[in-house]
Write a protein of this length. Sequence first.
Length: 664
Amino acid sequence: MVGSVPPRAVINAVRPSTPDRFSAKGVMGHQVAISANVFADGHDVIAARLRWRPIGGRWVEIPMVATGNDRFAAWVTPRAVGHHEFEIDGWVDRHGTWRHRVEVKFAAGQDVAQELEEGARLLEGDLDRLPTTLTAEAATAIGALRDEDRADRVGPAMAPGLGAILSQLPDRVNTTTSGPWPVWVDRERAAVGSWYELFPRSFGGLQGAAKRLAAVADLGFDVVYLPPIHPIGSTARKGPGNTLNAGSDDPGSPWAIGSADGGHDAVAPELGTIDDFDDFVAEAARLGLDVALDYALQCSPDHPWVSSHPEWFSHRPDGSIRFAENPPKQYQDIYPIDFYPARDEDRTALWQACLDLLEHWIAHGVTIFRVDNPHTKPFELWRWLIDSVHERHAEVVFLAEAFTRPAVMHRLAEVGFSQSYTYFTWRTTKAELTEYGEELARGPDADYFRPNLWPNTPDILSGPLRHGPPAAFKQRAVLAATMGPSWGIYSGYELCENEPAAETNEEYRNSEKYEIKHRDWHSPRSIAGYIARLNDIRRRHPALADLASLRFHPTTSDAHVAYSKQVPLPPGPDADLEAAGGVDTVLTIVSLDPFIARDGTIWIDLGALSLPWDEPLDAYDELTREVFPWWGPEPYVRLDPETPAHVIHLRRASEVRFSDADRP
């Protein structure tokens, strides 16, 4: 371009990012890796730096390091929730290019007289940009480069400290900047947590459910999730099994929201009062539990909105309101909302009403919303709602219940959802689990799509759980709890409830969505202790809170899946995880056959885990509390229905200085 200096450095493939420049995601206190391709024409050395800040705050500058093949990276650890941004600067590093040229010519025995003078002039040109502490050192280097009687003329200019500073001086007139790139930083629960879903009505209401919270906390869960607790309509109320012949004692579906007793901002009288809900939230907080509430934007025909705002609903040619359908399924007890009514003022009023509902429940202590079927509502609605909530309540978390097409699920994450349900429920073979785990950990959407792995939901009883033995429930729990940073179960999972509605229907027989369930929590089939152990392991091992380090390892048997996670340990003493080298390495091996014993060999890439091939290793199985002698990369494994998985804390034998009471 005539009259200007075209930039030489190119910056692309920036991560973390989203396809349409919405906010990528980070977690307060957790390291965020930022990287990009930075390159230019020719053979000059390239330099790059990261600039990072909370929106409106002071920029922090961090040198980026070359990680290979034109890729540069830097790492930041956010210290606050909220909106952040970063920029990447790239330029031709004239000082680095000069040092490289001199080193190569020296090694080849070539004359460097001209290069020495070039180096002196480069240093002189940047003296005004050097810290005052390096001015004298730079002056000495300039003098040495021009001192023909000096034996070592280049040594001072090659000093590592001086060179590092010089290479981070962007070109005065030819620096390329990419950004700003937005990042939303959440609290940890948005990315890491164990969820437990229960229906308060099966415990006699909110007061009874509050008494169940201690058991949920004892199982090690972080979040208790409630389906809708609002009044349920009587028109077209569903009976057992989603039938239309509800009796007078049938409670109906909690998702048919609204009656003469109120709408989304009310508590169903049969569950209690708003004071009972406040007591429930207070008891959960006392036990260290977040409360997640279902946010389902749909209405019963009896909802107050139907009469007060008929313009918020779709009408058929005969004037009646269209009920919800997902052919062949029909939901006669639910009216979907039309989020784009004909008049713009009606849309504005409707969207504001949806926001007011969130504000209402946040005021009553709800910090997490599990959003029902968000893929059937406009993306722009969610972008606006989530942004509006986060402006005042940055701590609030949104989980998308969106079992739908990948592009739609990822778009919901891109516009702001903190995390999402996934296809894990239907990934059951070694090949499926490996492919999906790799996609979640390192795929192009990993910068903003956070998975929450659920083996079951009130709607879904699938795969090996259908008619499966307790071993199947243990296997799927281990996979969900150790593959993903977030996982959850629906109440009854610990009792291995396994009867499907039909061979062609993956829902539960006698579904709690349409009737009240009475369970024997002391059943001999219960695996509650196993689940509690899994959650305890998750809390003690930082590696299991990570997704990016998920690495699958080959197995000789398709009935085994093996994977590891490894992260640096946080600073400070840790009695349970004390280890030289400061890393936490967890290896998980799971049988996929719940019926018979399966054996085989696992090939562990010890080099990738920075563990020796030819020294003894300490392998402590966190599930069975056994210590295994371990030598080499090819352990033999035998798993059976009684021991369907190993979750192994793996490290050098010489590093073991355990004070863990679990050790035998």
